[in-house]
Structures are given as structure tokens and as C-alpha cells.
Design a protein around this ligand. Structure first.
Ligand code: KIV
Ligand code: ZN
Length: 532
């Protein structure tokens, strides 16, 4: 008889570590949208943010705790805090409306971090752990402790730090590979050592949090599970600081496809993976590489004739996992030009996006316009319409109309009509090519001084009438922003992407301005000294 399957908790940190990806930043409304989708995916814990970092971060966590955190079967809503009183009190306040709140407090335990960053000795760090976990426990019953840079820590000292956290009341102990330095055998070894030797370790949940600097984050997370960890911290599409975090979809599907090997599973509804991936990609502007496992465009595409022949005879010859299991519809046709408002509402409900009457009116108007340009509409197209609906209301710059002329005889000219802070403006300008003409004209209209770092275009769904998706990266005074735009006309998509990046840059400039308005100490405190 087979052994009982063990359950692994999925701790999603897309909204916190994921948002630390260079160039990615999300608005509050976008974070709420992602959190709602994470709840549909059925994650166990949502790390909603780092409330002390800025008022905006605080508000985002508060909103998620009050909304998603109040669903009948709501996930745990978690807020991050350094091991200092101010952070813990802010974190506690931010999640007070959640049915299941958690405070996640951390401090570094490696010699280099303690000496150079914290300027604290090991004894002081142990005292800070005891104090901060106890304070967090006075505020909530569910406390997680992380020993930052655990894999470059002295293991005897790390064991003392873990013991201090358990004795102070932490129920989850996270052992992060903060700099992506670990290898799978080393991960197994460290987890086994801590679970076997630290007093009280058997009564808490051990968790892993692996960064991908050496491309080992998923392998390291699976190794931690084999050694007894029962929580994985991960992000959608593997986004996160530097090279990112372990990709949730990869960890979960590895456990599911190789269930007999691991004898472990999660509560995740994997059919929601593809949709979640697209949503996170569109709100962060972080493109998913085509060969990305599970959710990449080519993840289920078979090119070689031998493979295709094998598949036709029996899918199992070359397919270890059916695309439908992760929500890849294979370009499922959903609606057409003649579909009415009711059919659209039905389909959006089925996709898990119930809209109110006003929202539906707006999306339906866009749907009709798109259906005039494109014969067949797929779920992916509807998702683009929805993400535009979500973002436009709050953007400073909104494209209204665009006319571009060019060719072999005429210099490329763009006429742009756009709204700036709700007021309509119109301007025409020349460029070296049609996209250059659009970007130069928009720059003049917005007063932007951003440098175009990269520009790329790809097709969403097939056919010559497919939606083209353009991604641009802009840089201004060291701030990086990514924007995406989709349309059947790639020049319109180019303009939308440029404006999306400019809007994101505006928000980043505002946030940076707010931070520098704090006292130097506060800035030092929040940004440098202990930021994860
Ligand atoms: O990478 C890291 O160490 C972190 C901690 C805050 C868990 O993100
Ligand atoms: Zn991290």
C-alpha cells in the first residue's frame, strides 16, 4: 500500500519578491487583481508586500487583506517586516482585516551580512530574533521567521538563530538562499541538519525560498522538500530580485507529474496557471521566454516530424503533461464578430472575471472594435482587453487616436491624439521610421526624457490578423520601466507599449520622490540597511 501523500504549502511572493524584479512594478489595483487570481489558483499564503517600504506598499497590503483576505476560504495574507519594532507594528496593522494574517520577519545570519550590512554581532542578532518574533506573536498567532542569507551562514550559528525563533513562537522557519548560491545536495544537507538537530524543529513548518542566480532555484526547492521542508516560497513565472525566484508552476507541476517519486502534492488548481502567468506578465511587463517550462509559448509545441508522428499515434510518446492541465487551451476559439453582450459576459464569468454592468459595457465596446479587426477571438485576446480595462482608468497618459503614414516615397509621420491628465492633446512629428516617429512625437507631448533600452514584438494567437504584442523597456535617471501593448496593428501596439512604460515610469518617479522626502535616516532604514 502506498504511503499517505504529504501536503506542501505554496507561499506566493509574486507581489513582494516578484515586484523587486528590475523594471517591474505594479499599481495597487493591479496587485489586487493578481491577488484575486492567486486566490483562484488556491495558493496557501500570499505575501502581499513590505508595508513599511512606502505608504503605497502599506495600502496595497491593507487592500488585499481586506478583500481577498476576507473570502470564505481565504489564503493566509502575509506582510514582510525586518526584525525591528516599527516594521512589525506596520506589518501587523496592514493585515489586521485578514481572516488569517501572518507576519513574516527576517534578519540576516551570514557573517558578511551581519558585519557589513547590519553592523551587528551574532549575540545582538539572536536577541533581535527573540524580540521581534515575540512582538509579532503578540500581534498575530501565525509568525514566520527567515534567516536571510542562510546558505552562507555558519550552520552552528544558523541552528541557534532557528532555535531562538522557535522558542519565541515562530510556527514557520524559512531558510532562504538569498543570493542563489546553493546546490541541491547542499540544500538537502542543511535542511536535514536543522530539522534533525534544532530542539523544537519537528513542531514547526520548514520553508525554502530559493533564488535563481545559478538556474537552480526549482531543483533546490525540490531538494528542500525531499529533506522535509513543507512550504515553498515561489513566484508566478519565477520573477523576482535579480535572476528571480523558483517558478511556482514548475515546482507544483514537478510534484504533480512525479507524484510517485516525491509522494507530495499541493492544493493548487493547476488549470489556472496559464491565465495567472499571462496576467502577471501583462501587469509587470515582464515577458515570458518562449521556451519557459509549463507556461512558455513553446512549452507544448512539437516541431520535429518524428515527434509529431509519435504524438499522433499516442500523446504519451512525447507529452508528460497535457497542456489543458495547466490551462493552455491550444488557442481555443471563444467568440466572434456576431457574439453579443450576453455571450461575452458568460465567457468572462467562465474565465473567472465577473464584471459589473459598467465594466462590461466598456469591455464590450472594445470587444466589438477588436472583433471588427479580427475574425476569431480567443481567451488570450479577451485577457488583453481585460488588462487594458484594469489599467487605463488610472494612467496619466492614454492613447486616443493614432495615424501613421510612410512608405518608400514619404518620410514617416505620426499624428498622435492622447490624453494627458484627462485633457486631450494632438501633435504630429517625423521620425526615421514609423515607430521612431510615434515615439518622438509622444516624447514631445509627455515631456519625457526616457531612453528606449529595448523594443520587441511578438504575435499572440495565430494568423495574419493576430494581436501583436509589443514590449518596450525605458530608462530615465537609473529608473527602469517596462510597458506592453497589444493590438492587431503593431504600430498602435507600439504606441500603447510606450505609453504603458511611461505611465509606469511616472509612478516610479512619484514613489522615489516620496521616499526621498523622508528623513535620511528613514530612507537609509527602509531602503538600504535591511531591505530584502
Ligand atoms: O531572499 C530573501 O532572503 C528574502 C527574504 C526576505 C525571505 O526575500
Ligand atoms: Zn528573496
Amino acid at each position: 500500500m502506498s504511503e499517505k501523500i504529504g501536503m506542501v504549502k505554496i507561499f506566493d511572493t509574486t507581489l513582494r519578491d516578484g515586484e523587486q524584479s528590475p523594471g517591474a512594478s505594479m499599481q495597487r489595483e493591479e496587485k489586487l487583481q493578481v491577488a484575486r487570481q492567486l486566490a483562484r489558483l488556491n495558493v496557501d499564503v500570499i505575501e502581499a508586500g513590505f508595508p513599511v517600504a512606502s505608504p503605497d506598499d502599506f495600502e496595497a497590503v491593507w487592500e488585499i487583506a481586506s478583500d481577498v483576505g476576507n473570502l470564505p476560504d481565504s489564503p493566509v495574507i502575509c506582510a514582510l517586516a525586518r526584525s525591528v519594532e516599527k516594521d512589525i507594528l506596520e506589518a501587523a496593522r496592514s493585515v489586521e482585516n485578514a481572516r488569517s494574517p501572518r507576519i513574516h520577519t527576517f534578519i540576516a545570519t551570514s557573517p558578511i551580512h551581519m558585519a557589513k550590512k547590519l553592523k551587528m554581532g551574532p549575540e545582538e542578532v539572536l536577541r533581535a530574533i527573540g524580540r521581534s518574533v515575540s512582538l509579532a506573536r503578540k500581534k498575530v498567532s501565525d509568525v514566520e521567521f527567515s534567516a536571510e542569507d542562510a546558505f552562507r551562514s555558519d550552520r552552528t550559528f544558523l541552528a541557534q538563530a532557528v532555535r531562538a525563533a522557535i522558542e519565541a513562537g515562530a510556527g514557520t522557519i524559512n531558510i532562504p538562499d538569498t543570493v542563489g548560491y546553493a546546490v541541491p545536495e547542499g540544500v538537502k544537507d542543511l535542511f536535514s541538519f536543522l530539522i534533525e538537530t534544532v530542539p523544537g524543529a519537528k513542531g514547526v513548518v520548514f520553508s525554502c525560498h530559493c533564488h535563481d542566480d545559478l538556474g537552480l532555484s526549482v531543483a533546490n526547492s525540490l531538494a528542500a522538500l525531499e529533506a522535509g521542508a513543507r512550504q515553498v516560497e515561489c513566484t508566478v513565472n519565477g520573477i523576482g530580485e535579480r535572476a528571480g525566484n523558483a517558478a511556482m508552476e514548475e515546482v507544483v507541476m514537478a510534484l504533480r507529474v512525479r507524484k510517485s517519486w516525491f509522494n507530495l502534492d499541493t492544493r493548487i488548481r493547476s488549470e489556472e496557471f496559464y491565465r495567472t502567468s499571462r496576467l502577471v506578465s501583462s501587469v509587470t511587463g515582464m515577458v515570458v521566454q518562449p521556451n519557459k517550462a509549463i507556461v512558455g509559448e513553446n512549452a507544448f509545441a512539437h516541431e520535429s516530424g518524428i515527434h509529431q508522428d509519435g504524438l499522433l499515434k499516442d500523446k504519451d510518446t512525447y507529452e508528460i503533461l497535457a497542456p489543458e492541465k495547466v490551462g493552455v487551451s491550444g488557442g481555443r476559439l471563444v467568440l466572434g464578430k456576431h457574439s453579443g453582450r450576453h455571450a461575452l459576459k458568460d465567457r468572462l464569468d467562465q474565465m473567472g472575471y465577473p464584471l459589473d454592468a459598467e465594466e462590461l459595457d466598456r469591455v464590450f465596446a472594445r470587444f466589438k472594435k477588436l472583433a471588427d479587426q479580427k475574425k476569431e477571438l480567443y481567451e488570450e485576446d479577451l485577457e488583453v482587453l481585460l488588462s487594458e480595462e484594469e489599467s487605463q482608468a488610472k494612467d496619466r497618459f492614454v492613447l486616443k487616436r493614432l495615424h501613421v503614414s510612410g512608405g518608400t516615397e514619404i518620410p514617416p509621420t505620426a499624428t498622435v491624439v492622447m490624453e494627458r491628465d484627462g485633457v486631450e492633446h494632438r501633435m504630429a512629428g517625423l521620425g526615421d521610421g514609423p515607430v521612431d516617429a510615434i515615439y518622438r512625437t509622444v516624447s514631445k507631448m509627455t515631456g519625457a526624457d526616457a531612453r528606449l533600452v529595448s523594443y520587441s514584438v511578438k504575435a499572440i494567437t495565430g494568423g495574419t490578423d493576430a494581436l501583436g504584442e509589443v514590449t518596450v523597456r525605458l530608462e530615465e535617471n537609473g529608473l527602469l520601466a517596462i510597458g506592453q501593448g497589444a493590438d492587431t496593428d503593431i504600430l498602435v501596439a507600439s504606441a500603447k507599449a510606450y505609453l504603458a512604460a511611461l505611465n509606469r515610469l511616472e509612478r516610479k518617479k512619484n514613489k522615489a520622490g516620496r521616499l526621498s522626502a523622508e528623513t535620511p535616516d528613514q530612507v537609509q532604514d527602509a531602503r538600504i540597511q535591511g531591505s530584502p
